[in-house]
Ligand binder design. Sequence first.
Ligand code: COA
Ligand code: ZN
Length: 332
Amino acid sequence: MNHGNNQRLFINEVATRDGFQMEPHFIPTDDKIALIDRLGTLGYSKIEVTSFTSPKAIPALRDGEEVMARIARKPGVVYTALVPNLRGAERALDVRIDEFNIVMSTSETHNLSNLRMTRERSFAQLGEVIALARGAVVPVNVSLSCVFGCPMEGEVPQETVLGWIDRFAELAVKGITLCDTTGMAYPTQVQSLCGAAMTRHPQLEFTAHFHNTRAMGLVNSVAAVEAGIRRFDMSLGGIGGCPYAPGATGNVATEDVVHMLQCMGYDTGMDLDGLIGAAAQVAHLVRHDLSSQLPRAGHRLTKHQPPADFAEIVARAAARQSAKGSAKETLA
Ligand code: COA
Ligand code: ZN
């Protein structure tokens, strides 16, 4: 059965932003560039290269300008970066960013912890970023954090989330990413919010962004795709997390989710073997094991050798079969 019906999905890689921002040691600039250049060949729609945040807040990505300036841009791939304020937008423009991925949280407590300002102040600053983007003809996507819950506040009401989406829609942004910052989403909630958001704003491009903190990342991805979401953020090896969200752990792993969606018949456009190779490079760069399963297991039709004594097993089974056969003949 082919439930996916070959529908096209659009995959965004966030390992080099959401992933690397959380790594305790600095990944050398040349290594970041080599990885991004490799990712450019694997079928991604978008690569979130870095963030233009305060180097004090996110020291791991303090080389954003150099990385953006030196990557080899593959035509057709959107090279985006996270932008928290006007200063970040100006930095991103200087290195010819393809899109601003502006960020704020739908939880007041998380916004204050992560961005050091109230949601209203973030919204006002991001309004200035949107105006700057319009002048420079750069599209804007808004990543809304904690839309499925906040690790400090608990539930974030769906009406609150929809209210922020409405306000950004009024500013004519291109897309909204629904971020499950600390893996609090569950499938029926995903269906409800994705459905409501898409019904209210059919003109917006919605992206789902799941973390696998409570092992619900894959089921939430299924819930989202079945609700009609066609764009997904994911991170090779399942690395990632927000350093200012308590208990944050990695994103859903690109190779695991792409494998699942391909099995379901969706056209992801991705080179799965290429992803497994790139995940090995990520493991080498971050110097720790990855949480993804596919590099260990292989894809579902990976064939394994039968046991070493398989020839003997077959011979014994055949002998047993024929002994049974002659016993039957004797009885008859
Ligand atoms: N890029 C580089 N430097 C920046 C900057 C940016 N986008 N925004 C502010 N700064 C600098 C200021 O120039 C100032 O520098 P100084 O101390 O040398 O004078 C310093 O940072 C403080 O500026 P201020 O405006 O007071 O910022 P803040 O301390 O209130 O921090 C943010 C606000 C948004 C810049 C910061 O919290 C941040 O970058 N957060 C990002 C968090 C993140 O990426 N989380 C994970 C992804 S969700
Ligand atoms: Zn994230």
